[in-house]
Design a protein around this ligand. Sequence first.
Ligand SMILES: *Cc1c(COP(=O)(O)O)cnc(C)c1O
Ligand SMILES: [Zn+2]
Length: 403
Amino acid sequence: MEFFSYLHHLVCSSCQMKYPIDDVIETCRCGAPLLAEYNYDSLNQRLTKKSLQDRPQTLWRYHEMLPVLDPENVVSLDEHMTGLLPMNRFGTRHGLSNLVVKNEGTLPSGTFKARGSAVGISKAKELGVKGIAIPTNGNAGAAWALYAARAGMPAIVVMPELAPRVPMTECQVSGADVFLIDGTIRDAGTAVSQMVKKNQFYNVSTFNEPYRLEGKKTMGLEIAEQFQWSLPDVIVYPTGGGAGIIGIYKAFRELRELGWIEGPLPRLVVVQSVGCSPLVRAFHNKERTTVEWDNPETVAFGMRVPKPLGDFMILDYLYETNGTALTVTDAEILKAQNQVVRLEGLHVCPEGAAALAGIAKLREQDWVHADERVLVINTGSGLKYIDEAVAEGKLTHLTKDVI
Ligand SMILES: *Cc1c(COP(=O)(O)O)cnc(C)c1O
Ligand SMILES: [Zn+2]
């Protein structure tokens, strides 16, 4: 018998307690995030590398390794596989001959958050939830509001007052109920947990429900397939809550379980902003969890997460893969953002620019060699931030005497 999905059970990321998959479920009784586990033996008999080749180029090509059981429940806006773009000029400028960007900016809503919300909303629909509620720094809310609209499901979004205007408006025009809070994404999270007690909406904040991570996992599955199952040496990720890097690692772990990849995993690199870098601080103190960051402050709002809930996983993966963590300043971010679009024609978001500035620094320190294969994730389109960009190009008002 063939199944659309081989989802089997949920397991606690901390105490290993197992849970069944048929109910709406949030975290483990111990409070830690739950992870989706699949029946890898059956999956291996059903799915081959070759069988993937003729499938549609969207993240649903990996449906056996995703949690949606019935294809009827898939809510989609064309989550196509995102491209790998060589960064030859920017790479050469910074002493790297093999630098590639995976450009997530072309996904629906303009960021990789579409992956998590496509899978998360589909699963929420399958579980019969009546509405979703989400705390966000902006982009996750925009993506979830969009897919909720696609599913015909009501959505509540809570975000900091200081969140960027564009994703805020995206939420509003998609029909979500938007609430602004004087505080950080953590305070927004507290507000959401209060609100869902009253209205019974599904609280889909990062790691409170297990399925958005499965969507983000497809980034790692795509990377492996696009690199012909021979992974790059280094993967650089601009990290906020860390669902992206945890998802990528989970993909590799599952592919290893299937025997599809072997050898050491890529060295994972976390880049954060000087003004909010709890993971970098913990990494350098050789700790296994983070301490909440006071007064987080950075232009790269997606990385403005004072205490990532999955911090212990991220730190583990950094130690395990011989990875590292480093900070960049806002000035370095804006400079890199400018440089990339001028040298490469790619509008990267501030977070993507942070990752690129970070790898340039690591090359300077010789942490990465000139010819290593380096993959940087550009998590979103720079067009969403174009109003805040430093416009350096020449702008002349044409008058008759200039012509
Ligand atoms: C959310 C976000 C991030 C941070 O991603 P995490 O997986 O939560 O660490 C980075 N960049 C952009 C553009 C984002 O929206
Ligand atoms: Zn537990």
